[in-house]
Write a protein that binds this ligand. Structure first.
Ligand SMILES: C[S@@+](CC[C@H](N)C(=O)[O-])C[C@H]1O[C@@H](n2cnc3c(N)ncnc32)[C@H](O)[C@@H]1O
Length: 270
């Protein structure tokens, strides 16, 4: 067992990991991330601490699935790509998508988070980790900058500030020749009512950056391609497989645009 002691934004990644593990334990899982469940079994941590249960787990799971689908669609057309998975936490996305060996995949998070990843998950060809804050920009020098680049960040932007987040976008767009950003983000309302989010509250994490209009990022050299409200993350077929509580919560938020748009997934190209 790996004993861990994370706090604040780093601890939240144990909540999202546990959410995916709970889904994997269901008879009809939405994501089926059995590696997440195995990882939970190897980490010595009280996973009940952050208040994640079968119902609350589902928003994490449908978000991960929607982002996997967007990433896979782009990667299928760019088998020579570089992938930057920012704020990866303990997410097993590289195993779920299982890209061809021609893809160079980098998982980036703080050094102690990356150290845990390396103790829990096996190495694989074409895969590397970078232990750094995403806003200590020297890490960018370690990544090849001559290939189409997919930059995925799930559950990260809200922990950055508007200043550091937009500087990150500027640096990424300035360094890589072309590519896609697939990032989720909260609205400013989502940031204001962050105390309602049990994982954030219990980890004592702080959310800063809210984005109400994803076109805002276009001034840093991106072009918005699509934006999915939380109610669009699950197809009707997937939604039908959710536990009753989360299905009802999803249906209720469809009726209120401000709630529907509190968490969104954007896809931008550059
Ligand atoms: C909510 S968790 C999401 C983790 C993972 N993407 C997932 O979906 O399970 C937030 C993650 O962002 C990471 N993070 C927050 N700020 C960061 C920064 N400045 N640099 C690198 N990682 C950061 C945290 O360490 C944590 O792993």
């Amino acid at each position: 067992m790996e004993k861990v002691r994370f706090t604040k934004e780093k601890e939240t990644m144990l909540g999202t990991l546990y959410g995916r593990a709970l889904d994997a334990r269901r008879a009809d899982p939405v994501l089926g991330d059995t590696a997440a469940d195995e990882a939970v079994g190897r980490i010595d941590y009280d996973f009940s601490r952050l208040g994640v249960n079968q119902d609350t787990a589902m928003s994490v799971v449908i978000r991960a699935r929607a982002m996997d689908e967007l990433a896979k669609a782009w990667l299928d057309r760019h088998p020579d790509a570089v992938v930057l998975h920012l704020g990866c936490g303990m997410d097993t996305r590289v195993f779920r998508l299982d890209p061809p060996l021609t893809v160079a995949w980098f998982d980036v998070d703080y050094p102690d988070v990356i150290a845990l990843r390396e103790r829990i998950y096996p190495a694989r060809p074409g895969y590397a980790t970078i232990g750094s804050s995403v806003i200590d920009f020297a890490w960018l020098e370690r990544v090849p900058a001559d290939r189409p680049t997919l930059i995925v960040a799930e559950g990260l932007t809200m922990y950055l500030t508007s200043a550091t987040g937009t500087e990150l976008v500027r640096r990424l767009v300035g360094r890589f020749p072309s590519g896609r950003l697939i990032w989720d983000f909260f609205s400013t309302l989502g940031i204001k009512i962050q105390f309602l989010n049990p994982v954030v509250r219990r980890a004592n994490a702080k959310l800063h950056w809210g984005i109400d209009d994803p076109h805002e990022l276009e001034r840093y050299g991106l072009r918005l391609l699509s934006c999915l409200d939380a109610t669009d993350w699950a197809s009707p077929e997937v939604a039908a497989r959710l536990p009753v509580g989360s299905r009802l919560a999803l249906r209720a938020s469809t009726l209120i645009p401000a709630l529907r748009r509190m968490g969104r997934i954007g896809e931008w190209e550059f």
